[in-house]
Design a protein around this ligand. Structure first.
Ligand code: ZN
Length: 277
């Protein structure tokens, strides 16, 4: 297998455009094009979602005008959203995936137009933390946003979904206590990933955020852990970020001026009991 790794562009700044050009030319010479993503479009903020802001704000018809790849959730926190190849899938708490109609609404989602390109081969990933460490070493900078797509066969994958909520909405940290966890063994599928820089914390999940769909598009969820033998990722840096804030609904009355970093870790699965050996 041909192994490609993204160069770390830490050389003289004046050389960077030149090095990037060489990278692009090199990939083209190999018959591969680099992955590309346009700006990241986000509905509402993570802090609003953590605080129970589950009112649907934007229709899926509108969301799809801003991207064909991404993740999020639905009105009333009705399961996990996976946007893949322009289709918006719902992984409800039952685990039975369905394609959502354009009229459905989302309180929180992030999408981009992502064109997968050359794959970066990164070897074996024994866990989600291991995968993220390998990607960290391959990415040119921690200060950009990234869209990441991993297609492959996973020897193990653990994902979750959350139950639809009724008003008054509880905070997300309460809801995840009743999350459904799905475990897959030797499963073919796709990881839809976003990486946000640490400075975006509060607006979005700082670090990596992964949702998963099986190749038959019948199961998936928000990824808690995984293992795979032959990791190969398509990665694109994103340098533009836009966000639409709700003009009505529960968002306007939420208390968003507090430190929610602990809650963020809790709901994203970064808890000792969620870590596999
Ligand atoms: Zn998620």
């Amino acid at each position: 297998m041909r192994t490609l790794s993204l160069p770390r562009l830490s050389a003289c700044p004046a050389l960077r455009p030149f090095l990037l050009g060489l990278l692009v030319l090199g990939l083209l010479a190999l018959g591969q094009s680099p992955a590309q993503a346009q700006g990241l479009f986000q509905v509402s903020t993570l802090s609003a979602l953590l605080s129970g802001g589950y009112d649907g704000q934007v229709s899926l018809a509108e969301l799809k005008q801003h991207g064909d790849f991404g993740l999020g959730t639905f009105e009333a926190l009705d399961g996990e959203m996976v946007v893949l190849d322009g289709v918006v899938y719902q992984v409800p708490v039952s685990g039975a995936v369905r394609v959502m109609p354009d009229t459905a609404r989302t309180p929180f989602a992030c999408v981009t137009f992502f064109h997968p390109g050359s794959q970066t081969a990164l070897g074996r990933a024994a866990s989600l933390a291991d995968l993220e460490q390998r990607l960290d070493q391959a990415l040119p900078s921690p200060n950009l946003f990234y869209a990441l797509r991993v297609d492959g066969r996973f020897s193990f994958l653990k994902a979750r979904s959350v139950p639809r909520q009724e008003k008054p909405y509880p905070p997300l940290a309460e809801v995840v206590k009743s999350q459904a966890v799905f475990e897959f063994k030797d499963v073919q599928g796709t990881l839809v990933g976003l990486k946000c820089p640490a400075y975006a914390g509060g607006l979005n999940v700082p670090g990596y955020h992964w949702h998963f769909l099986t190749a038959d598009r019948r199961a998936g969820g928000h990824v808690l852990d995984l293992a795979l033998e032959d990791l190969s990722a398509s990665v694109a840096a994103i340098r533009e970020f836009s966000m639409v804030l709700p003009a009505e609904g529960d968002f306007l009355g939420l208390d968003l001026n507090r430190d929610m970093s602990q809650e963020t870790r809790a709901v994203e699965g970064d808890r000792p009991e969620e870590k596999s050996q």
